[in-house]
Design a protein around this ligand. Structure first.
Ligand SMILES: *Cc1c(COP(=O)(O)O)cnc(C)c1O
Length: 397
C-alpha cells in the first residue's frame, strides 16, 4: 500500500494532493480500494460516471467499436459520427454540434465561437469582444477557461490571460445590466455552480439573463459539463429555469465514465461562424468516442436515470434537511447533486464518512458535495443518509 502511494508521489507532478486511498474496482455506485474495502461513491469522478462505474452496455459498445475502427480523423467521415450528432442535437433541441474531448476544450471552443460571432455577426471590432462570467465559476484549467475564472489562486503566475472578461456575482442582475455594452459577445455560466459549492441561482436570475441576452444580442453559454445529463434530475439543468441557452457545453458523463468526450451544441446561426480550418481536434468525434457516447446517452434514457436522479435526489435532500446539527448552515441541491454547507471545515467530516464507507469530498473548504452515480440503489441512498446523519449529528456535540 505505502509502496503504491510513494511510487505515485515520486513520479506525479505536484498539482494534486490526493487522499491516501487507492481504488482498484468500480461497479454501479460502488467502488473498492486495493485492500478490498468497499465504498458508496458520492464523488463519481466529479459527475463523470452518472451511468455508474463500468456499465456493461457502455463497456460492450466500447469493446465492439474498438474491434472495428477507433480513429478516423475529421479529414474523412465515419459511420457513427452522424448518429451520435443526431442523438445529442435532438436531446438539446439544437441544430449543430462540435465534438471535442475534455470540458476545458469545450469552453475554449465556446470562447472562440463567441468572439468570432461577435466580430462576424454582431459587428464588434476585432479584439474588442467582451465576455461576462460569474464569480465562483469553474470552467476548466486551460488558459482560456482560466481567463474566465474569478479565483485568483488559480490564475496567479499564469498570465497574461485573455482580456475583456468581466465578473458578476451569480444572481446579480443589476451588475450584469451595468456591464453590458455594444462589445459584449457572451455571458457564460453554470446553471448550478458545481465546484463553487452547488450554488443554485436565485429565482428568475437565469430567465433574466436570457432576457438581457435577447435584448442586447448577446450569446448565452450554459456550461452543463458537470450538471448536465441527468445530474440534477433533468437532462439539462437549464430546464429547471425553463430557459434555453444559445450554446450548451457538455463533457464529463457524455463519455459514460469510459472515454473523454465533450460537446459544443448550438444552432446554425451561431455555429456557422466556424468554417473549415478555423477550429479542430485530432481526437474530437472519433468513432470510439461516438460509440461510447451513444451507449452512454441510451443508458441515461433507457434506464430512466434522469427520473431516478430527481426522485432519489429529492428523498436524499429531504432526509439531509432533517439532520439536527448546529454545524450545518444549509442543505441545498437538485436531483442527485447536493451541497451540505457547514460552519466549519468539511474535510474532517468527509474523512469520517469515508471511514464509514461513503466516498465524498468537500469543495470550497466547508461544503460537502454529494454526486453519486445516478444508478445508486435506494438501499445505498439509505446507507448514505445514515452515515451522514451519524457523522454530522456528532459534530453537533
Ligand atoms: C469539470 C468541469 C470543466 C472542465 O472539464 P475538464 O474535462 O476537466 O477539462 C468545465 N466546466 C465545469 C462546470 C466543470 O465541472
Amino acid at each position: 500500500m505505502n509502496d503504491l502511494f510513494s511510487l505515485t508521489d515520486q513520479y506525479s507532478s505536484n498539482n494534486y494532493s490526493p487522499l491516501k486511498l487507492a481504488l482498484t474496482k468500480g461497479r454501479g455506485a460502488k467502488v473498492w480500494d486495493v485492500e478490498d474495502n468497499s465504498y458508496i461513491d458520492c464523488i463519481s469522478g466529479f459527475s463523470v460516471v452518472n451511468q455508474g462505474h463500468c456499465h456493461p452496455k457502455i463497456i460492450k459498445a466500447f469493446q465492439e467499436q474498438s474491434e472495428k475502427i477507433t480513429m478516423v480523423s475529421r479529414a474523412l467521415y465515419s459511420d457513427n459520427l452522424g448518429k451520435w450528432e443526431e442523438k445529442i442535437c435532438t436531446l438539446a433541441n439544437k441544430e449543430k454540434v462540435l465534438p471535442m474531448n475534455t470540458g476545458t476544450e469545450a469552453i475554449e471552443t465556446a470562447i472562440k465561437i463567441a468572439r468570432k460571432w461577435g466580430s462576424d455577426v454582431k459587428g464588434i471590432a476585432d479584439d474588442k469582444s467582451e465576455i461576462i462570467a460569474m464569480n465562483g465559476n469553474f470552467h476548466g484549467r486551460t488558459l482560456g477557461a482560466l481567463s474566465l475564472s474569478s479565483q485568483e489562486s488559480y490564475k496567479k503566475g499564469f498570465g497574461p490571460l485573455l482580456d475583456n472578461v468581466h465578473y458578476i456575482d451569480f444572481g446579480d442582475v443589476a451588475h450584469l445590466k451595468s456591464l453590458i455594452n455594444n462589445n459584449t459577445a457572451a455571458v457564460v455560466l453554470e446553471p448550478i455552480q458545481g465546484e463553487g459549492g452547488v450554488n443554485i441561482p436565485p429565482d428568475y436570475f437565469i430567465e433574466e439573463v436570457r432576457h438581457l441576452c435577447d435584448e442586447h444580442n448577446i450569446l448565452f453559454i450554459a456550461d452543463e459539463i458537470q450538471v448536465g445529463l441527468g445530474r440534477t434530475g433533468k437532462m439539462f439543468a437549464m430546464e429547471w429555469e425553463g430557459v434555453e441557452p444559445d450554446i450548451y457545453l457538455l463533457g464529463k458523463s457524455l463519455g459514460g465514465g469510459l472515454y473523454p468526450m465533450s460537446a459544443v451544441i448550438a444552432n446554425h446561426d451561431v455555429m456557422d461562424v466556424l468554417t473549415p480550418g478555423t477550429h479542430g481536434s485530432t481526437f474530437g468525434g472519433n468513432p470510439l468516442a461516438c460509440a461510447v457516447s451513444i451507449a452512454a446517452l441510451d443508458v441515461l434514457i433507457d434506464e430512466n436515470l434522469i427520473e431516478r436522479s430527481a426522485d432519489l435526489g429529492q428523498k436524499l435532500l429531504n432526509q439531509l434537511q432533517l439532520i439536527d446539527s448546529n454545524i450545518i448552515t444549509d442543505v441545498r441541491g437538485r436531483g442527485l447533486f447536493i451541497g451540505i454547507e457547514l460552519s466549519e471545515s468539511a474535510q474532517p467530516y468527509c474523512l469520517e464518512m469515508i471511514e464509514k464507507g461513503v466516498l465524498c469530498k468537500e469543495t470550497q473548504g466547508n461544503i460537502i458535495r454529494l454526486a453519486p452515480p445516478l444508478v445508486i440503489s435506494e438501499e445505498e441512498i439509505n446507507k448514505v443518509i445514515n452515515v451522514i446523519t451519524e457523522v454530522l449529528e456528532k459534530g453537533n456535540k
